[in-house]
Design a protein around this ligand. Structure first.
Ligand SMILES: CC(=O)N[C@H]1[C@@H](OP(=O)(O)OP(=O)(O)OC[C@H]2O[C@@H](n3ccc(=O)[nH]c3=O)[C@H](O)[C@@H]2O)O[C@H](CO)[C@H](O)[C@@H]1O
Ligand SMILES: [Mn+2]
Length: 362
């Protein structure tokens, strides 16, 4: 059979295949949608200098590096036990995600793993109106306790740039100020956070960070808030509802007219919107979701009972977080914790709501 195929025919087929592959190559080269392949993550990879922007950035896909839980040989730490651990609290959710409490991780191991990974972390905070007064305490304590040894950029959205204090930051950490307009209602400020964050991630943060945290500014760090908090998506248990409340007592949005509606009989936990974080792209999706859902609500003349917190809780019910952080990761100076809270990592300050908010109110 083979012998019957003439040499000319084989030549014609080869030439045809060559022309075809050349055409495909040229098409892909000129196509407007570039083919982007994530570069493999190399720990301690040299930063790549972007010629145009003169900006230094490490080009890698966060998820590829994050998967590598590498630790250096010879690190000294106590042997982990399979039998002994926290017994007074639950440290795993029913979807098998870690529930992080003091005593459920070894900071020596965690820090070695994540410092090698060297991720870039963005923190988005709003300081509009009188809330600029909280910046100093937040930033100064953040430098002492928040992801120490990692690269952090604080993105401060404010209507009053002059009030941003001059705080000395550790190496690899910086502040980026982003102007936003003032607002008449605190509810509008809170909801606008989702809009500004969506727009700015799109425009800027996406190129500058691997992880993103959204945080309230009226808070102070008291103890280590370390890399054990990092995951694809980490949510924090609201301190007021984590112990004794039945799910139907959670302050979820209960009106079916709102996009944040959660029917009775459903729910895992009640999460706070004052601290949440995760991989940049996962956070982008969620921030945008909260923004779009609240816009939908506004079109229908409804505002979710706890603004973005209500939308966030709905999202986390159906898209389970990869890590749940105990209320150590957001306590409140209004309350003294029980013995299950071994240390407070960050806490909401006592404030005079009526005085500090543009339209007063609780
Ligand atoms: C502990 C907790 O669950 N906190 C939630 C609760 O916070 P709070 O009652 O603590 O709300 P809040 O007054 O701290 O406002 C939230 C954040 O918005 C910013 N801000 C607010 C008003 C203003 O005039 N200027 C300004 O900059 C600021 O970053 C502040 O930290 O309710 C809010 C609205 O539903 C959010 O869901 C918060 O995450
Ligand atoms: Mn707050």
């Amino acid at each position: 059979m083979l012998v019957n195929i003439s040499k000319t025919r084989i030549l014609v087929i080869v030439v045809f295949l060559l022309i075809l592959s050349r055409a495909i190559y040229t098409y892909l080269e000129n196509t407007t949608v570039p083919l982007i392949f994530c570069q493999p993550y190399h720990e301690n990879s040299e930063p790549v200098v972007d010629e145009v922007e003169k900006r230094v950035e490490t080009k890698h896909c966060p998820h590829m590096g994050v998967g590598n839980l590498k630790m250096k040989a010879g690190l000294s730490y106590p042997q982990p036990s399979t039998m002994i651990g926290r017994t007074d609290v639950n440290s795993v959710t029913n979807w098998n995600a870690p529930l992080v409490w003091e005593g459920t991780f070894d900071p020596v191991v965690i820090d070695d793993i994540y410092r090698r990974m060297n991720p870039r972390v963005a923190v988005v905070v709003l300081a509009v109106g009188k809330y600029t007064r909280f910046l100093k305490g937040f930033l100064e304590s953040g430098e002492k306790y928040f992801l120490v040894g990692l690269r952090v950029t604080y993105y401060i959205f404010t209507d009053n740039e002059q009030d941003v204090p001059n705080v000395t930051l550790s190496e690899g950490r910086k502040i980026t100020i982003l102007p936003v307009p003032s607002a008449k209602r605190w509810q509008d400020v809170v909801l606008s956070k989702m809009k500004w964050a969506t727009v700015t991630i799109d425009k800027q943060i996406r190129n500058e960070a691997d992880y993103l945290f959204m945080m309230d500014i009226d808070s102070v760090f008291y103890n280590r808030f370390g890399a054990e908090s990092l995951s694809r998506m980490s949510a924090v248990l609201h301190r007021a509802f984590y112990k004794t409340h039945q799910r139907d007592q959670f302050p979820y949005e209960r009106r079916p007219e709102s996009k944040a509606y959660i029917p009775a009989g459903e729910g895992d936990y009640y999460y706070t919107a004052a601290v949440w974080g995760g991989y940049l792209e996962d956070m982008y999706r969620l921030v945008k979701y909260c923004y779009e859902q609240s816009e939908e609500d506004a079109k229908n003349n409804i505002e979710a009972v706890w603004q973005e917190e209500s939308h966030l809780n709905k999202y986390f019910l159906y898209n389970k977080p990869a890590k749940v952080l105990s209320p150590e990761y957001l306590w409140s100076d209004y309350e003294t914790p029980g013995s299950d809270i071994k240390l407070i990592r960050i806490s909401q300050l006592v404030k005079d709501y009526a005085e500090v908010r543009p339209n007063g109110g609780q």
